[in-house]
Every structure is written in structure tokens, then in C-alpha cells.
Write a protein that binds this ligand. Sequence first.
Ligand code: KMH
Ligand code: ZN
Length: 272
Amino acid sequence: MEKLIITAALTGAETTREQQPNLPVTPDEIAQAAYECYLAGASIVHIHARDERGEATQDIEVYREIFSKIAKKCDVIIQPSTGGGTWHTLEERLQPVYLQPEMATLTTGTCNFGGDVFMNTREYIEKYAEEMLRLSVKPEFEIFERGMIANALDLLKKGLVREPLHFDFVMGVSGAITAEPRDLVYLVESIPKTATWTVAGIGRNQLPLALIAITMGGHVRVGFEDNVYYSKGVLAQSNAQLVERIVRVAKECGREIATPAEARKILGLPVK
Ligand code: KMH
Ligand code: ZN
């Protein structure tokens, strides 16, 4: 099996300091959390920016500051969100792509998201893909429902994305796909054999799905965006603590951990 790519989703748009007092929010805190996760074994950091009030923002200048602070500390792959929060406009959400990060997320369909709707129209899905192609930013398809895979493959048919494709299965969001093992198998069997995939289980689904991915040959995303707990009722101390646990378990299963350079190779990213 290829080495394990661990993504740390550090902040998210929805998680609050009330839910997780150690949530990194300022550019300095996010950069420090990224560095700690890199030291622990993460090769990708998934970034959502926050403004001075701690609210999610897609402001390009805040992303610029975060990227520059992370890059000064380490060579981890920086992957901003184009999902933002459900309340951001589709134009706002695209902003971090113009900083030409190595990767960015791309959700290829609309779904319910708790009490909200996470809107991704076909027009904008294609626009996001076109801009990422033009700026050499590799998309990570955020798959909240099976139909989103079909839309991603449609982008491939239209020449708007290049192989190898990379998918992140986000499982257990209220209103979208559930997080049963059979759901994960179904998603994995629905993508091309040449594609890579990672799984982000929401809340208590994070660890069980990560364990399945480790043994199936997939990759793993953990972090406060998706889950603030270490175990039932016990808050995690940091994003890095969640990464460290995956590293320990993966090694026990005989799965080595990818460095950022090795992750670039696995994902088909240009070597830095
Ligand atoms: N916050 C969610 C509505 C992404 O980062 O690309 C969307 C999200 C996906 O978090
Ligand atoms: Zn996200």
C-alpha cells in the first residue's frame, strides 16, 4: 500500500471556541497549529480563514497572511477551502484560489448541511474547475453525496480537470450521506481506480472511518473542523493530538506515513 496522507482540517467555518477552546482562529494560531500537525505527521493542512471577530471569512488577504505564515514554518501542502460557510457567496468562496495554492477543495454538488443548504450550482462548479485548471491548483473533490462523484467525473469528460483525481469523502454531515462502513465502500467503488481518496468522518465517525481507510488503502482527514473530541465526552487538546493518534494506529497496521514530498508524488503534484 502507498504511504498514508494525513490531512489536518484545523478550523472549519462552523466550529466555535465555545465547542473547542483550543480552536485556532487567528493567522498566527492557524499557522502554529499547521506546524504542530506537520511535525506530528500531517502532509496537508485544510484551511478556513477567520476574521478579527472569529467569524469565517473568505477574504483573500486573510488567506494570504495565513499561507505566508505557514510557508515560513514548513513545506506542508496548503489546501484552502472553497466551501467556506453556507452563507458565503459563490464568488467569495473562490477567492483563496487566486493565491495559487497547490490544492483547493471543490464540492461538486448541492446538499443539506444541518439546517442549511450547501449550494453548489453546475455553473459555479464548472467555473471553479476552470479557474483551478488555469491557475494550476489541484482540486480535492469534497463528496458529501454519491451524486457529487458523477458531477466530478463530468468535469473530467469536459476537460475541466486533469487526472489523477483526488476525492475527500465527507461522511456523517446531518442531511447528507451517512457514515456507515458500507457507505464508504460504495463511494470508493464509485471512483476511478486511478484516483486517490481520503475520508473525513464527522464527529464520532472520525476515528472508525479513519481506521477503515487505513486498512483499505485510502487516506485520512482529522481535525477540529470535523470533530472536536478525542473520545466520548473528552475534548481533544489540539489538532496535532488527533494527527498523532492516526500516526500511531497506522504504524501498528503497517502503514507508513507520507511526508509532504511523498504526498506530492502520490497526488501527482509538481515536486517543490
Ligand atoms: N463549511 C462547509 C459548508 C470545504 O471546505 O470545501 C463546506 C466545507 C467544504 O467546509
Ligand atoms: Zn472545509
